[in-house]
Structures are given as C-alpha cells and as structure tokens.
Design a protein around this ligand. Structure first.
Ligand SMILES: Nc1nc2c(ncn2[C@@H]2O[C@H](COP(=O)(O)OP(=O)(O)OP(=O)(O)O)[C@@H](O)[C@H]2O)c(=O)[nH]1
Ligand SMILES: [Mg+2]
Ligand SMILES: [Zn+2]
Length: 294
C-alpha cells in the first residue's frame, strides 16, 4: 500500500511496517497514471527498504473507492485525494477557525460520490457547543463524533477500527492533533492558528499511519481551502442513497432533482420517505449547483 507521496517518489509498505517503507518510482509504462496514498500497487526491484534503494511501481490495483476533488468547480483537472478509504472523517473545529457548513457539504458530496462513508468529526469542543452546527446536517443519517482535546477518544477508536479512514478539513482544525492522540508514534507537527479563521498550513503531505492494536489506517492530509466538485453530477450524489436512486429513475430527462420551481416533476417529491432526508440531500445538491468551492 502507498503510504506517502513526495515529488515522484512513493513510500510503500509491505504489510504494516511503517518504519521501513519501500521507496519507489513509477515504472515508465505507467505513464502519468495517478498513484495516491491508499493505492495498492505491485512493486519490482529492491524491496529491502534500505536507505538509497529504489523500487518500481509496475501496476496499480483497481480501487474500491476514490475521493476526488478539483481546485474549483470549473477546473478540469481532478486530483485523487486518497484511494481505497472506506471512510472520510470530515474534521471541523467548533471554533478557531469558526465552523462553516460549506466545506462539510462539499466533502459529504465527494464522499457519497466516491463510495466513502462520511463521518463528521468535531474538534475544539472546549471552545464551543456542537448542537447548532450539527443540526445543519440533520436528515442525512450522518455519524457524528466529538473529538476535542479534552474528549475521550473511545468512540473514535471504535469507528476507525479495521478501516482505512482519511481525515480532511480546513487548516488548523486539529487533524494532526487528533492523529497524534490516536497514534502517538505518528509524531505529526502541529500548528498554531494564526489570524481570524485562517490557519497556516502545517501539514503539507498526505501520509497514512497504521492504528496501533488493530489493522486500521488513518490518512492525515494537508488542510484544504476549497473543495471543487467539477466532476460530480447530482445523480452521483443521489446514487449513495439507495431508495432515492431508485426513485429518480422516474424523473424527466435533465432533472436536477432540486424540486419546484426548477424541477416541477422531480420524482423525489412523490416519495413516501421522511421529508427531512430529501430536504437534506437537496441542500447538498444546492451546494453542488452553487459553483462556490469554499
Ligand atoms: N482548544 C483546542 N485547540 C485545539 C484542539 N485541537 C487542536 N487544537 C489546536 O489547533 C491548532 C492546529 O492544530 P493542527 O492539529 O496542527 O491542525 P491541522 O488540521 O492538522 O492543520 P493543517 O496541518 O494546517 O491542515 C493547534 O494549536 C492545536 O493545539 C482542541 O480540541 N481544542
Ligand atoms: Mg496537520
Ligand atoms: Zn428529479
């Protein structure tokens, strides 16, 4: 598995020994195939992991999930943030920087479209109460964990057990702080939040760490400012909700599923399911249609 990427060199682990990653390059025949953290790859060459050795990646296995984003909603170049993660931990500080729903909605959309189960993870619970922010996502059956520095992490450990989970969020929300609490050996640098609402970017690379005591992994990622979704359609989002996905087969061609007045004949308005869920999914579709990546 690829655990790190740095300027044309991939750190790969055979099994779970992160102390001796095999450093590899991409074999020429792979061209510009993206290879990202979480990818399972085939290696040839020197696999000893000794200093100054360089293996070659000759094949990238088919991915079970893909978290993609673009710089903004018109950017044709999508990057893959992480491959094969079962879960996306969307990390939001309850204060400093102040929480905003926009980035969370966009991360949710990317998770649903990419086949990852999203989890909302709230930090800095010592500074503000979570209730108001959490209520913005009612109706999505979204799992929520509170993981401030003063909160016990039992429930987080439970959620992460045996899974590959990527952490994502604005700079300064406490991703690396959380990774260090979960994995003391990770020794991630932790920053200070400078200025109002703007963290400096302390982490500059994505790295996967094995969770001690079970076979799960967490991927710490650099803070993001925006989350472009140029490659995602409303149907990709609705696809994550099985009953809604079946329903929209009855929508007229070109339906954006936002409901009246834009889509007066949207089949989501005919459903017997609780109204909050359709409303919550439509809030995501509105965020997707807004073309505002921030
Ligand atoms: N009060 C309080 N501060 C916290 C909490 N969690 C993290 N911090 C502080 O927030 C600051 C930023 O934390 P980091 O862990 O570096 O944030 P990050 O999300 O990794 O930031 P980037 O690497 O830039 O993306 C540090 O000063 C932490 O000590 C918390 O629960 N409460
Ligand atoms: Mg960090
Ligand atoms: Zn529709």
């Amino acid at each position: 598995m690829v655990v790190s990427v740095d300027r044309g060199r991939w750190g790969c682990v055979l099994g779970r020994d992160p102390d001796r990653p095999v450093v590899a390059m991409r074999a020429r025949e792979l061209g510009r195939t993206p290879i990202v953290v979480g990818d399972n790859v085939d290696l040839v060459g020197d696999l000893s992991g000794k200093p100054d050795t360089l293996a070659r990646i000759v094949r990238v296995a088919e991915r079970s999930t893909v978290l993609r984003r673009t710089a903004d909603d018109t950017d044709p170049f999508e990057r893959i943030v992480v491959a094969n993660a079962q879960q996306l931990l969307i990390v939001v500080a309850l204060a400093d920087p102040p929480p905003r729903t926009g980035l969370v909605e966009r991360a949710l959309i990317a998770a649903y479209a990419g086949g990852l189960e999203p989890i909302l993870c709230l930090t800095k619970s010592d500074l503000a109460d979570p209730a108001a922010f959490v209520s913005a996502f009612e109706g999505l059956d979204l799992r929520v964990v509170i993981a401030g520095v003063e909160d016990p992490l039992d429930s987080v450990h439970e959620l992460l057990e045996g899974k590959l989970t990527a952490l994502i969020g604005h700079s300064g929300v406490g991703k690396s702080t959380l990774v260090n609490r979960l994995i003391p050996d990770a020794d991630r640098a932790v920053g200070t939040v400078s200025g109002v609402g703007k963290g400096r970017h302390t982490s500059t690379q994505s790295i996967a760490f094995p969770l001690p005591g079970d076979d799960g992994w967490v991927v710490d990622t650099p803070g993001i400012r925006s989350f472009g979704l140029a490659h995602i359609s409303p149907d990709d989002v609705i696809g994550a909700f099985a009953d809604l996905a079946v329903a929209i087969e009855d929508c007229p061609r070109g339906c954006t599923h936002l409901g009246p007045p834009a889509d007066p004949e949207c089949a989501l308005d005919e459903l017997p399911v609780p109204h909050e869920r359709v409303a919550a999914v439509r809030r995501l579709l509105t965020a997707l249609a807004s073309n505002d990546p921030y």
